[in-house]
Design a protein around this ligand. Structure first.
Ligand code: CAA
Length: 257
């Protein structure tokens, strides 16, 4: 039987997806893409899973889209299959996705980490958009999500030169949510996942939606969306529970409704 391209498990209400193509530095081929989106959708359908941790190996989160799989394709192959569009299914996932990133996160690897809601990385992590060296440009969000994350100046630097940046520079630039020791990246991501797992599932989903709305709306529309959504949360038992727990100096026990 061929090797599984991802490995999954659930630990304390956190779903873990580990990319598993070590011989290709977790290059993102079509099989792996379908496996990741299907695993994430399965976690989302499981009411006991609250957050997803997406990770790779010590050497590579992912060294990009699979160059060997793509190299001989024609324009019409790419255009008709709408290559990479299936990754949109991952950005539609409503649970928080935490990328635990060690080693190379290049091209599609950097872009996959940016589809996640936050990135935990170590100083030795290497981020980059080296597509320019291959005669192409980023195709999974590198020109768009990276620019929104770190601004035009730095995005231009990375996209036009193809240079890699380490975890410290990535954290300073705003790409990385938490910079921790390289050997603590996965455990920290799991801790973040478990912290989220103690909250209310519908509220977690709505909080993610509200932050994402900031990228899609004007400030006025975004503020209105936030305020109306805030009002709507008063329909939840979990809002009553959270506020009652605060008033009575006890830990909230959310029921996800
Ligand atoms: N696609 C396919 N195979 C890849 C790969 C990729 N993106 N990255 C690495 N591999 C393979 C190598 O071909 C090699 O396989 P073989 O042993 O069969 O030759 C194996 O993984 C190990 O790689 P290296 O021997 O190159 O390892 P290294 O430690 O010397 O170098 C590296 C590591 C600097 C990351 C180097 O592998 C590299 O530059 N990889 C390509 C990075 C890249 O250009 N990524 C962008 C891809 S295009 C893209 O992602 C488009 C998009 O926007 C979505």
């Amino acid at each position: 039987m061929s090797q599984q391209v991802i490995l999954t498990e659930t630990v304390d209400r956190v779903g873990v997806i580990r990319l598993n193509r070590p011989d290709a530095l977790n290059a993102l081929n079509a099989d792996l893409m379908y496996a990741v989106v299907e695993a994430a959708e399965a976690f989302q359908d499981d009411p006991n899973v609250m957050a997803i941790v997406l990770t790779g190996s010590e050497k590579a989160f992912a060294a990009g889209a699979d160059i060997k799989e793509m190299s001989e394709k024609s324009y019409i192959d790419m255009q008709q299959s709408d290559w990479f569009s299936h990754w949109n299914r991952l950005s539609d996932i409503r649970l928080p996705i935490i990328a635990a990133v060690n080693g190379y996160a290049l091209g599609g690897g950097c872009e996959l980490a940016m589809i996640a809601d936050m990135i935990i990385a170590g100083p030795k992590t290497k981020f980059g958009q080296p597509e320019i060296n291959l005669g192409v440009i980023p195709g999974m969000g590198g020109s768009q999500r990276l620019t929104r994350a770190i601004g035009k100046a730095k995005a231009m630097d990375l996209v036009l030169t193809g240079r890699m940046i380490g975890g410290e520079e990535a954290e300073r630039a705003g790409l990385v949510a938490r910079l921790v020791a390289d050997d603590e990246v996965f455990d920290t991501a799991m801790e973040v996942g478990k912290t989220i797992a103690a909250k209310s599932r519908p509220v977690v989903m709505i909080a993610k939606e509200a932050v994402d709305a900031a990228f899609e709306t004007t400030l006025e529309q975004g503020l209105l969306f936030e305020r109306r959504t805030f009002h709507a949360l008063f329909a939840l038992e979990d809002q009553k529970e959270g506020m009652d727990a605060f008033a009575n100096k006890r830990e909230a026990q959310f029921k996800d409704r």
